[in-house]
Design a protein around this ligand. Structure first.
Ligand SMILES: Cc1cc2nc3c(=O)[nH]c(=O)nc-3n(C[C@H](O)[C@H](O)[C@H](O)COP(=O)(O)O)c2cc1C
Length: 165
């Protein structure tokens, strides 16, 4: 049986990002059923509908959409920016959702992990993201919910994940 391909989408551009540490941790998990790989969202120009309506469509959009299409599912790992998701992650959702009628997200399952050095674990971001996923016809995984609070205390000086309780 071939493994299900799960794309990891990390909502931070920061070099020492805690979310990226979580993403790399998941990428390193081995399983007979699933394989995990990060999908780069950093190079996507801000979504502009004119690109799709009148061209030229940026090469980065084409590559991203081609990378997402064959995936069997998604895991979104996001920090919280002002009680919502960072713009870079929303941009990736928007780019993948267009041109109209050709969304690359539809009909696939998606898990959400939010994290924060704060005590609420990115709850606001987690649920804003879920709102968009419902509209995009992603099946958001309901349980387990994953709000990783104080995430900085779970990562050592080498940028490795210590534990998740
Ligand atoms: C613009 C901005 C807004 C932020 N807003 C929140 C917030 O609403 N809630 C929160 O818990 N942390 C907030 N933070 C702190 C982030 O959780 C923290 O910077 C975190 O390390 C970002 O994730 P990363 O390590 O993956 O880059 C904010 C940070 C920035 C830069």
């Amino acid at each position: 049986m071939s493994k299900k391909q799960i794309g990891l989408f990390v909502g931070s551009l920061r070099k020492a990002s805690y979310s990226k540490v979580l993403g790399r941790f998941i990428e390193g998990l081995s399983s007979d059923e699933f394989s995990y790989s990060m999908v780069d969202i950093a190079e996507l120009p801000l979504y502009n509908q004119d690109f799709d309506d009148h061209g030229p469509v940026p090469e980065a959009y084409v590559k991203f959409r081609e990378a997402v299409k064959p995936l069997n599912g998604f895991i979104f790992i996001t920090p919280e920016y002002n009680r919502s998701i960072p713009a870079v992650l929303k941009n990736a959702l928007d780019v993948g959702s267009r041109p109209y009628g050709h969304s690359v997200w539809s009909g696939k399952p998606g898990g959400v992990i939010s994290c924060s050095p704060g005590i609420y674990g990115g709850f606001g971001a987690n649920h804003h993201l879920r709102q968009s996923l419902v509209f995009l016809d992603v099946y958001p995984m309901q349980q387990p919910e994953s709000y990783l609070a104080n995430v900085n205390t779970s990562i050592n000086e080498q940028g490795r994940l210590l534990q998740i309780d």
